[in-house]
Design a protein around this ligand. Structure first.
Ligand SMILES: [Zn+2]
Length: 220
């Protein structure tokens, strides 16, 4: 039996989110500006469910003059496709930066090198981790992860995430922002409703193995 996963929001809602961010926050930050605790919002994407939805968000951002950081999970069974390299090229052409979203394991550095060799377009400077088993307080000590997770550990940035299709730590446009530096993590798949497809078919076992948080979020 296969399982249909429905994205929560449409690309029009994504455009509204970004327009709201541009008026709510001082400006759109680069990763470097974010790590220097400048005032504004840094837009991070972890991409593990669908690369085509990343193309969609990349274009919307480009139209609004926004630059984002895309962390691609090459180890995901849902990302693999023949023309992945071309799609990464398009995301880069929209003005965005590409990095790795890695599964947490002792071979992190080795895997990063392998993906860099295969996909020259990605940068090794920064990395995010998929459902890390390493405590976040220790992730900050890993190469490339410190600048991304430090503000979350020290609790001196405001953090919002649409993980599992919910604003679990508040909505960035509505809820209070305690700090002037803001990290907004979105997963492009959740914003692709209607535009690319209404739902996407997954093998439930595969998705529970890879995204156990969806099972916990009562998707099954
Ligand atoms: Zn992830």
């Amino acid at each position: 039996m296969l399982f249909d996963l429905m994205p929560k929001w449409t690309s029009e809602e994504y455009e509204d989110l970004l327009t709201g961010c541009l008026s709510t926050f001082n400006r759109n930050l680069s990763l470097l500006e974010y790590s220097n605790y400048e005032e504004g919002f840094w837009l991070r994407h972890d991409v593990e469910l669908d690369i085509d939805s990343a193309l969609l968000t990349a274009e919307i951002e480009c139209d609004l003059g926004i630059k984002a950081s895309y962390f691609i999970c090459f180890e995901s069974p849902f990302i693999k496709c023949e023309d992945l390299a071309n799609k990464l090229e398009v995301i880069k052409c929209f003005g965005h930066h590409l990095y790795c979203h890695l599964l947490d394991s002792p071979s992190r550095e080795h895997k990063l090198k392998l993906f860099k060799n295969k996909y020259q377009i990605i940068s090794e400077d920064y990395v995010t981790y998929h459902s890390p088993t390493t405590p976040v307080s220790e992730l900050v000590n890993l190469k490339g992860a410190g600048d991304i997770y430090r503000g979350l550990v020290n609790k001196d940035v405001s953090y919002f995430s649409d993980s599992t299709g919910k604003w679990r730590w508040g909505n960035p446009l509505i809820d209070e922002k305690e700090f002037k530096t803001v990290q907004i993590l979105t997963h492009p798949f959740w914003w692709s409703k209607g535009k690319l497809y209404n739902s996407k078919t997954f093998d439930p076992k595969e998705i529970i193995d890879f995204l156990p948080q969806l099972a916990k979020a009562n998707y099954f």
